[in-house]
Design a protein around this ligand. Structure first.
Ligand SMILES: [Zn+2]
Length: 310
């Protein structure tokens, strides 16, 4: 079959948070091994070794912690920082002052539009005051984003949102999101529906979906270490290439959490051997992508590849 694909771009988008426990509850007392050990010593060396440019999406509690900020400022290598919102942890209507031992079920899109906007604005200001520039990439906690979320992010100067998980739907007590019909490849989202596309208009935010492959009668499989073997990640990559052969640029977007490379800080790797396997699989998959001719990019640099000149 003929293909129009001229360029394959691989991004790695990482929800970057405090350590959790194997039940996905925040550590108590709150610890940040995933920042101090995970980013500089476990993740970034793998990315540097293959030339990948990860995007670390930072949460409120990481940006509020002085030691974390120092680690972030001292990071070597190529990477992008963006933001990641767990809506219960920031004003207005902030629910928790102490995040230790807390679960956070809220979808940001479950709040009224103006409250959600103010939460995103406060998170962006916190990022700017901490790191000295405006963030331009974002993912919603628990993927709980709607069209309002994308519109608010655009008003705040964001270039890319990566909250959409095609073929999936998510539910919390007060809200639900349904991405089952969302596009698998980057698109400019419609003003009223995050799962629908619209033609590019000046400044419109780009939606870069997480790379997911549907399966008949079984749960979709994500392009993600631990959830997929190296062979399965290759299969998902080839599926995208075949499915979207008419496109000029193909995007592959790996997602996971910083806590997944710290044993017992997430439901996934529980000991040192399992962490090693996670990192080895990630390395092998990314190296393979590179040998297949893929390039690596931070999330925000994808925007100009899709935005047409006015
Ligand atoms: Zn999160």
């Amino acid at each position: 079959m003929s293909s129009n694909i001229e360029k394959v771009v691989v991004s790695v988008s990482i929800d970057t948070e405090c350590d959790h426990d194997p039940q996905w509850v925040r550590s108590k007392p709150l610890t940040f091994d995933s920042i101090h050990e995970g980013l500089p010593n476990r993740l970034q060396p793998v990315f540097d070794s293959v030339g990948a440019v990860p995007t670390y999406l930072l949460t409120v509690e990481v940006l509020e912690d002085a030691a974390c900020v120092e680690t972030l400022n001292n990071m070597q290598g190529q990477y992008e920082y963006g933001t990641h919102l767990h809506a219960a942890f920031i004003e207005p209507e902030k629910k928790f002052q102490d995040y230790a031992g807390i679960d956070s079920p809220d979808f940001q899109c479950g709040y009224p539009e103006d409250i959600e906007y103010q939460k995103l604005a406060n998170l962006s200001t916190l990022f700017e005051h901490t790191l000295g520039y405006r963030p331009t990439s974002f993912r919603a906690g628990r993927y709980g984003a709607s069209a309002n979320s994308a519109n608010s992010l655009e008003r705040l100067g964001y270039k890319v949102d990566t909250s959409v998980t095609p073929h999936m739907k998510w539910q919390e007590p007060a809200a639900r999101v349904d991405f089952r019909r969302a596009p698998e490849q980057p698109y400019f989202p419609a003003q009223q529906n995050l799962s629908e596309t619209q033609p590019y208009t000046e400044g419109r935010i780009l939606e870069v979906p997480v790379t997911v492959k549907p399966r008949l009668f079984r749960d979709p499989r994500w392009f993600r270490p631990w959830f997929a073997s190296v062979d399965q990640m290759k299969e998902i990559f080839r599926y995208q290439l075949k499915q979207h052969a008419q496109r000029r640029v193909l995007s592959i977007n790996m997602m996971f959490h910083s806590m997944e490379v710290i044993e017992k800080a997430s439901p996934y790797p529980q000991d040192a051997d399992q962490v090693e396997r996670f990192l080895a699989d990630m390395h092998e998959a990314l190296e393979w992508c590179s040998k297949e001719g893929a390039q690596f990019s931070g999330l925000s640099d994808l925007h100009p590849l899709y935005a047409e000149a006015p």
